[in-house]
Design a protein around this ligand. Sequence first.
Ligand code: FAD
Length: 443
Amino acid sequence: MRIVVVGGVAAGMSAASRARRHNPEAEVAVFERGGEISYGACGLPYVIGGDVPDLGDLIARTPERMRGQGIDVRVRHEVTGVDAGARTVTVLDREAGGTRTEPYDRLLIATGVNAVRPEWARTDLRGVHVLRDLADGRAILASLKGATCACIVGAGYIGLEMAEALHSRGLRVTVLEKAPEVAGRMLDRAYQQRVRAELERHGVEVRCGTSVEELVGENGHVRAVQTDHGPVPADLVIVAVGVKPNTALAEAAGARLGETGAIAVNTRQETSVDGVYAAGDNSESLHCVTGQKVHIPLGLTANRMGRVAGVNMAGGEARFPGIVGTAIFKTFDLGAARTGLTQTEAEGLGLDAVSVDVESTDHAGYYPTAAPIFVRLTGERGSGRLLGVQLVGQPASVKRVDVVAALLHQRGSVGDLFELDLAYAPPFSSVWDVLLVAADRLG
Ligand code: FAD
């Protein structure tokens, strides 16, 4: 049994390790076109911001270590073609040059996403970056030298994390966003506004409803971003306008894409082509609240899908049950989290949704470190089904989103949430935790 994995980060390495553990007889080879494997891309903004000293701190496992565990990892090797009939892949050695053909019995495509680069961002100007991998992180760190003002284009969570990172490096930061508010796809408007207020409180300029037209350069370096509302000076530009699933190999293999544009997979992570699996950011998953296929590329999902694919490729039986749309991020002193559906999303799906907003403190009001927390709990009118929650507050306090995520996986109701025996002591919560208060009001 020869298992070939394309892509050596979250989904790919989870799969390779699992496959090897499940079937020690299987031969497992991983091809990664970049120079490193198995690192936490999620930590990149914190290295760039200086909270984490070194990019190397993000690397969990090296190729050498994986080889020691019997997994044949080859970095700087790009898979450029798949012949699903012959069960072979074509591999380009990016260092030595030359291509060769490698056989497989089971193939995993764990190629992640590509950062979207609009026409205006396809430039040779220095100081213009996307952020997907360690190489991008390295390039941004190099561009920091001498930079004084940065433009972040796109106010999704990566854009917002980068706004904070560059601000903490002493740069003047402007966030440009086409949509009317920041964090558009994650939160309802009132909660987006709280995130924006936090950025502005720290001196980040946020310009929503603003479209980029072109980049202005001088001597080969970016100097400004020209928008439909005039120029914004910038000697460092981060393009964070979204991602697209990297489906090229899957398509070459003849695998079906779903309506989201990501690779269609079943619960075993099998594509529509026999012997070909896909996992991670390039794949669709089932949203357990809506029952629909979605493309929500996040770290735990990628690791979990990889694990499932690894077991199945090695001859075992594992299933990926789906996700409930849980996400969390930090902007300066504020955390924002959501799971399930927002009110806006639920309405967009035609659900009869109703929400309550509760403003309270994240622990007993008399305890010295108590801080405000804002919760919007959403349920379905009539059935009482729990649909989702959004929280904004001190970063650690919004991790209670997980309570609602757990209930969503169990298809719980607002009443079920109210009945939970949640932990209480004054340094952690109020006796009636804010989630219980919200459930009581909604129920
Ligand atoms: P990737 O990690 O993208 O790995 C895919 C690999 O495949 C790449 O290394 C690529 O080089 C390789 N590859 C592609 N094509 C080929 C080919 N043809 N041949 C060989 N190799 C190939 N998620 C969260 O849940 N929480 C967070 O806080 C969070 N923060 C993030 C912050 C940043 C800045 C970024 C960039 C991502 C963040 N994510 C976060 C997302 C998370 O990192 C991804 O969900 C996860 O890395 C996806 O893993 P993956 O294995 O599917 O894809």
